[in-house]
Design a protein around this ligand. Structure first.
Ligand code: ADP
Length: 544
């Protein structure tokens, strides 16, 4: 017997209609090339979104078509998120920092019909345009006064495109499983793969994001969105904020600029901010050097890579800000886990709290987790056993875009293998120990490169650290530590290695350390271990 409730579909346009009606005066503030202080209200944002929807219609873009964006976080990107998906068109966000060949591959693989491009990204598009197979036009996200010169055919100015359109548009109603957004994984191995989100998955994910023990967004919040909108739907924040009427602040191309972030926080009274660890290192260092504070901020969400404990402690001790670490991936929309203190954790000292906050956290309702051994058998949640982390839920990918014929990436029980290795403790707190391909196997036992890296960056003179496994004749593999020091300071090899004494199991201690000027990074800011392994391919341990 079915229930007798309405089957109203969960659509992205319903978020927009709701915010428009209920939070008309909440502000959206952004930094753009043409205006460092662009501000308007939700009501104005959605009026322009309807003009944009009419313009898309006039361009002949149909439901199901893909339209690419190559842009930073600003109000026009926000309008695109809603106008494209709301019309049934797939909003395909592309990371402008990917290798140019990857950008071209992604645009062609997705068969993007139009690209919406930030003026600063135009040089990349100019260089690649010849290789774009199906792109009919480029819309530059600025006004006429700031249009860059271009020899490309059919280059359109965003403001001109929408200027004469009506701000009335009836958002179509369709099946909630309709594709809404497309985001490619950065593809450190092989070609990037497209994760195709649906209206249903996006709306459910936004609900989960607002829960008090997840991102805890409320209408009283002012959210600084530092996580790029091309990185897994901006972690779903453009949707979650609209769901509760939070004020949104977007730093445009100034995402990694401590001074801009601090100025925005002060001026807009930001209460909560989200981003990857490197951004917070940048901000904390700016605050320290300039004696600045961020009094309005109460919490910061950190994810995308393991959050070093030093970030957690600095935020708390120097600024009274609580760090909420989360784990997720492109394939999980991205919310998978978020750390929270639970009542049954008992009385915790500050030290114990920091220890726990450095873990990746507890499952968010909607995501089921398990860890499995080599035979796909579930392992206990005892905080000790570690194995492959698998997940399932309504916002986890079931396949990749246009790779459906290559078979299902899920295991026979319908679980998605995250490629991460983790432990889960009896309270359900998950801790990533490694990516499957980065695990170091010494004498048959696993060593966590992440634990070693976290311990290394706690050293006051270490700016960044990576650990990779290298061949060792006795142990097969042993950890090699690679370090970038702060401001080019020197650390003696012995001193660096002795730093691990008492911090990790004796047999985990790296056998050697190499000092380098910089580490290679992927387009999403993660340390590129593949490149590091190539760089150190010929390396031999001194004791080998
Ligand atoms: P890509 O895999 O394309 O670099 P993703 O953003 O999808 O981009 O990366 C997801 C991966 O990032 C996860 O599988 C995990 O290895 C890592 N990751 C994400 N959040 C955390 C975290 N809080 N701690 C440790 N690793 C994390």
């Amino acid at each position: 017997m079915h229930g007798l409730m309405m089957e109203t579909p969960l659509l992205i346009s319903s978020l927009m209609r709701f915010a428009d009606a209920n939070y008309p005066n909440r502000e959206i503030v952004s930094v753009t090339v043409d205006n460092p202080d662009q501000r308007y209200t939700y009501r104005e944002a959605f009026a322009r979104t309807r003009k944009l929807a009419n313009a898309l219609n006039r361009l002949g873009i149909k439901a199901g078509d893909r339209v690419g964006t190559l842009a930073w976080n600003d109000h026009r990107h926000f309008e695109l998120y809603y106008a494209l998906s709301g019309s049934g068109i797939v909003c395909h966000t592309i990371n402008p920092r990917l290798y140019p060949e990857q950008v071209a591959y992604i645009v062609n693989h997705a068969e993007d019909r139009y690209l919406f491009v930030d003026p600063l990204v135009m040089p990349l598009v100019e260089a690649l345009a010849k290789g774009f197979k199906g792109v009919e036009g480029i819309v530059v996200m600025t006004d006429e006064a700031h249009m860059p010169a271009s020899k490309l055919p059919n280059v359109i100015c965003y403001e001109t495109l929408i200027a004469d359109e009506s701000d009335e548009f009836d958002w179509p109603e369709f099946d909630e499983r309709t594709a809404s957004t497309l985001c490619y994984t950065s593809g450190t191995t092989g070609n990037p793969k497209g994760v195709l989100y649906s209206h249903r998955s996006v709306v459910l994910h936004a609900y989960a994001g607002c829960l008090p023990d997840v991102l805890a967004f409320s209408g009283h919040d002012c959210v600084l969105m530092v996580v790029p909108m091309f990185h897994v739907n901006g972690w779903g924040i453009p949707y979650a904020a609209a769901m509760v009427g939070a004020k949104i602040v977007m730093p445009g191309p100034k995402m990694a600029d401590g001074e801009t972030l601090h100025a925005l926080i002060e001026k807009e009274t930001v209460t909560v901010a989200s981003g990857v660890p490197t951004i917070w290192l940048e901000l904390l260092s700016y605050l320290e050097k300039n004696g600045k504070a961020i009094d309005s901020v109460s919490r910061v969400s950190v994810g995308g890579a393991a959050c070093p404990r030093s970030i957690i402690e600095d935020f708390d001790k120097k600024h009274g800000v609580t760090v909420h670490q989360g784990w997720g991936m492109t394939e999980t929309s991205p919310l998978g886990t978020v750390f929270k203190i639970k009542p049954d954790m008992g009385e915790l000292s500050q030290e114990e709290c920091y220890e726990l906050q450095a873990k990746q956290g507890c499952g968010v309702f909607g995501i089921e987790m398990r860890i499995t051994d080599d035979n796909n058998q579930p392992l206990p949640w005892d905080g000790v056993a570690f194995g492959t982390l698998k997940v399932r839920g309504p916002w986890v990918a079931s396949n990749y875009f246009r790779l459906e014929d290559a078979g299902s990436p899920l295991d026979k029980d319908g679980w998605f293998d995250t490629g991460d290795v983790a432990t889960i403790d009896p309270n359900g707190v998950m801790q990533i120990t490694d990516r499957t391909k980065d695990v170091i196997k010494s004498g048959g036992e696993w060593i966590s490169s992440i634990d070693l890296e976290n311990a290394a960056v706690d050293h006051p003179d270490v700016a960044e650290a990576a650990v990779i496994g290298r061949y060792h004749p006795k142990w097969t593999e042993r950890p090699l530590l690679i370090v970038v020091t702060k401001d080019g300071q020197e650390i003696a090899k012995d001193e660096m290695l002795a730093w691990f004494d008492g911090r990790v199991a004796t047999w985990w201690k790296p056998n050697d350390v190499a000092f380098v000027d910089e580490l290679p990074h992927t387009a999403t800011g993660k340390i590129n271990k593949l490149a590091l392994r190539e760089q150190f391919a010929e390396y031999q341990f001194p004791d080998a």
